[in-house]
Design a protein around this ligand. Structure first.
Ligand code: ATP
Ligand code: MG
Length: 547
């Protein structure tokens, strides 16, 4: 579509798009799709994309959201041609209103909100004309000016388009254009009290900015008629071309600023950037890179078919982006102490371990200290293992990643029967991970040196809701479907010491565990906190398959 228009030179000027958020919350992954689309088209056609704040509702908007939105768009990797605000167009929109009144295309209605609603009719029955519909131009102009000048209370009068109260599209039944709101606007203060409605401001703002291609989500399809009508009646010669695409709806979460605001306000999450949220700020804090979000937007594509997107597609994009980029290091999430009884006391040797052992064609290695006492994962040991368990068990031998083979000889338990320590022997001939006699072991496990490992806290983030469509389960309130295990904090995890020398913000794959990075707010040298960015594979697929 854009290709055809650009080729034909239909607009006689370069492609111009815009991303038009209302600053009433933080941007979410759905917005990311719209951002990639609008900025992507501008880039692909050597055009420009504006960032326009559709800030016409004084009750819900805030400069804090403006700042967050600017940061998020930039972080995603896009730069806008111009930064615009619908609230800067209030005067112009007012002039347009007078123009419409003079043409007989708009009138001041003095009915109550309730009367106006009743007069609209229904989808199957036509509406009825307001008793004020026949007001003359002079009376309308006089009222309109006094509305602007603050002479009337909220709701005393509204400005409506004069179109057709029997129009098959309900949106076209004399829609409201402007209303009085004696409220403080975050940018305009108290200077202005006659606020344009969304439909009135949106299309005309596009036209004022010379937008050539106006993309919006499908729920605005019915609003296209009023968009075109207004742009034409106000006198713009080349109305923007409108195209709708389906909203992104993502499984196991909600993408609506209003609902996300509820999660924040009711304390269900720690804030807009709580890494469980589907906001851009949260994904950033979690450790996701903008590359992954752009790849996700690409993978989801643009269509007109409303559908939910599997969260696996987002997770795949995140993994795929990190896989080739991030070093592998060793971290034990739930430590179990192992004493190597035949290893010299006090000795520490530095083993060479590649950062990118397989699948990633990259260079680099670090030293990993090995010592008499090490930690392994509790889950990598079973006192009484089933046949298929290939990790450590009494009498069994496993490989320690990058190190030696060890054999478990003795299991120490507390009074409750919990395993507290293992006594093992190591085979000095297997340094580096292979036995000279060619003997094989079936399991390779990760570990860290007890003497040198760093303490850290791991934050394991999971899906915010336990139902794929949190609002479609028949519960009165979708909050009932919140996942109680969406955050698990593991204090006392142990990570290899090499990470202390890495620049802040380094992302890792903790081998066999997941992708992690230090939380940008809470992690500090000496008090490390790592966020799990994403698991190594889809752990929910297994759960679903078992059912
Ligand atoms: P919300 O309900 O989350 O507030 P919105 O559509 O009201 O969403 P706006 O700030 O008005 O949010 O949206 C800015 C732009 O982002 C619009 O062009 C809108 O169509 C687009 N957008 C919003 N949500 C989605 C989504 N889930 N998928 C794709 N595009 C979206
Ligand atoms: Mg909105």
């Amino acid at each position: 579509m854009v290709v055809a228009d650009a080729g034909s030179g239909r607009f006689g000027r370069p492609v111009k798009t815009r991303f038009p958020p209302e600053p009433n919350g933080f941007l979410h992954i759905g917005h990311a799709k719209s951002i990639c689309l609008n900025f992507g088209i501008a880039r692909d056609f050597a055009g420009a994309c504006n960032l326009r704040f559709d800030d016409t509702n004084p009750f819900t908007e805030d400069v804090r959201y403006v700042d967050a939105i600017r940061e998020d768009v930039r972080w995603l990797g896009f730069e806008w041609a111009e930064e615009r605000y619908a609230s800067d167009y209030f005067e112009q929109l007012y002039e347009f209103a007078e123009r419409l009144v003079r043409k007989g295309k708009a009138y001041v209605d003095s009915q109550s909100e309730e009367e106006i609603r009743q007069g609209r009719g229904t989808v199957t029955t036509p509406g009825s004309d307001s008793p004020f519909r026949g007001r003359g131009v002079d009376e309308n102009l006089d009222l309109l000016r006094r509305m602007r000048d603050g002479e009337f209370a909220d709701g005393a009068h509204v400005l409506r388009a004069r179109i057709d109260m029997a129009h098959p599209n309900m949106v076209m039944r004399d829609p409201l254009l402007m209303r009085i709101r004696k409220a403080r606007h975050y940018r305009r203060g108290d200077a202005w009290c006659l606020y344009p409605l969304y439909d009135y401001a949106h299309g005309l703002s596009d036209a004022i900015e010379g937008v050539t291609h106006s993309l919006c989500t499908l729920e605005f399809k019915d609003n296209n008629d009023i968009y075109r009508w207004l742009v034409r009646e106000v006198g713009f010669e080349r109305p923007p071309e409108q195209t709708e695409f389906s909203r992104l709806e993502l499984d196991y979460t909600v993408v609506s600023k209003r609902k996300l605001l509820r999660l924040v306000n009711e304390g269900r999450v720690a804030g807009w950037d709580d890494p469980r949220m589907p906001t851009i700020a949260a994904l950033r804090r979690r450790g996701v890179r903008p590359e992954a979000i752009r790849a996700f937007a690409e993978a989801v594509g643009v269509s007109r078919k409303p559908q939910r997107t599997e969260i696996g597609i987002l997770e795949h994009s995140i993994r795929d982006d990190l896989n080739m980029e991030v070093p592998r290091v060793l971290c034990v999430t739930k430590p179990l102490k192992v004493v190597l009884t035949n290893y010299p006391e006090g000795q520490v040797e530095e083993l060479d371990a590649p950062y990118f052992p397989h699948d990633v064609p990259r260079e680099g290695s670090r030293k990993v200290p090995f010592s008499r006492e090490i930690f392994i994962e509790q889950d990598d040991f079973m006192a009484d293992p089933p046949k298929k368990f290939f990790r450590l068990a009494p009498g069994r031998e496993v490989r320690l990643r990058y190190a030696y083979f060890i054999t478990c000889n003795e299991v120490i338990m507390d009074e409750a029967g919990n395993v507290t320590e293992l006594r093992c022997t190591y085979d000095p001939a297997t340094r580096g991970g292979d036995a000279p006699d060619g003997r094989k072991v079936q399991g390779t496990i990760h570990w860290v040196s007890a003497a040198r490992a760093l303490d850290c806290e791991l934050r394991l983030y999971d899906r915010l809701f336990r139902a794929p469509d949190p609002e479609g389960t028949g519960e009165d309130d979708f909050f009932a479907n919140l996942n109680p295990d969406s955050l698990v904090k593991l204090a006392g995890a142990k990570v290899e010491p090499s990470v202390a020398a890495d620049p802040p913000g380094t992302r890792y794959q903790f081998e066999r565990t997941g992708y992690f990075w230090p939380d940008p707010v809470d992690s500090m040298p000496g008090a490390l906190v790592f966020n799990r960015i994403v698991t190594l594979r889809d752990s929910w697929a297994k759960v679903a398959a078992k059912r």
